[in-house]
Design a protein around this ligand. Sequence first.
Ligand code: SF4
Length: 260
Amino acid sequence: MDPFWVGLWAREKEFMRSIKPEFRHGAGLVGVATLSGQFYCEYKVENEFALGEVPSEAKEAGTDLHDELMPIEEIAPEDFARLVSGKGPNYAVLGLWGVIGGLRLVGMPDHMIWSYGSPIWLMELKTTRGDPNLLWRDQEIQARIYGLLLDSMGFDCSNLKLAVVRLRSGALDDGEKGDWIAKVSRALVDGTIEELEREHRGSMKIHTLRHEKSVAEAAVAAKRGYWIGEREPTSSESIAKCRACEYNKVCVKSLTRPKW
Ligand code: SF4
């Protein structure tokens, strides 16, 4: 086996052994999705820890759609290394981990494309009932931090690009779901994104970004103080965000909560 992979797995074990409950809420790890969620509203993250996750039909439908569009089959690490090391493009995702700005971060991207052992595309899927053309800051940052973790794990990210695909809920019929991920992957690799978007006019937008370490590092630096006890959470200044938030009836910072 290539020494890179052996070294990577050894470092991963070391990383896992180093976990201790030293962050806010006694957390030993911070999820990339959670940290990115701070860009929507930090108090929402606080509420998730204090009150638990609020299930909703939209969330469940989104999870089901992810599973339908991007089914995953678990394989052994050696098989993963073999699979992504060929010319490709090869499709495979792996759990990402690393220490950034003193925070132990972990996360699992939705989809990745590899060539000769290097990631060339990282993709996140976001379902929406709104306008797919809008890209929210928290969604952008999530993809960027995944890129940063890949870099810190030692992968060659010189050709890495990021995509956030915003797909309107209910836009795909059953016939379209089966080969959707293959079509999106081909469009990313072949540079035919606009054609695919035309096919799904108004219901899908592929937002592409260059991988830029410094942007992702700055995002983590802006949010780490909350985790290491340097400061209390900030809260949303947007009524629209509070209106759309599942905690708006119980959140003490809600801008839409009835004044009792
Ligand atoms: S109700 Fe508003 S302030 Fe409270 S968590 Fe939701 S978005 Fe944040």
